[in-house]
Design a protein around this ligand. Sequence first.
Ligand code: HEM
Length: 187
Amino acid sequence: MTTAAATAPTVNRRLVLVILVGSAVALGLGTYGNVHDPTGRSLVTLMFTATINAKVWLATIAVALASFQLISALRIYGKIGSGDAPSWLGGAHRISGTAAFVLSIPVAYHCLWALGFTADAGTRILVHSILGCFFYGAFAAKVLAVRSPGLPSWVLPVVGGSAFSALVLIWFTSSFWFFTNVEFPGF
Ligand code: HEM
């Protein structure tokens, strides 16, 4: 009883920190995108035809890895399947999440640095840009929440689910749009 009462303020502080850090990351990216003049330049194209082709495919792989993250998390927490999750699944969950994040970095970097954040280019691009900033805020909050013991059980599903949903919507407003309006597979 005493322990629970003593830890409640600590838990609240951790929760506030998770929310503040996530918001600061999202707002920081949005502010940078707003004040920085887009360069309009290309980045590396890897083995793709152009930067845009590399971006749509890197984003697609990131969404596939994030989907594995979601499914493996549901399995680890016993929401799907029966019996204990295989012991390797925890490691695979972490690696797939890290890989999705790493792959997203050059894509978002080009978005922010070369294309910028503008409200004048139509709803799709505005939604995409807002979600792009929100995604990194939710991701930062999720990483922090995983490392903050004692948080209410709803925190991790909410921040993890927000990051995943944002990434899927980012993909719909960019890669999916490209595949259906420009070309597919468009390597
Ligand atoms: C960080 C904030 C972000 C901003 C401000 C932003 C902004 C933009 C803008 C303005 C475009 C051009 C849209 C068009 O003309 O069709 C774009 C395209 C794109 N974005 Fe983002 N984006 C962000 C984050 C992300 C993230 C996190 C991803 C995926 C991981 C992503 C993936 C893409 C892709 C695949 C395209 C299409 C390729 C291109 O037009 O170069 N973006 N983004």
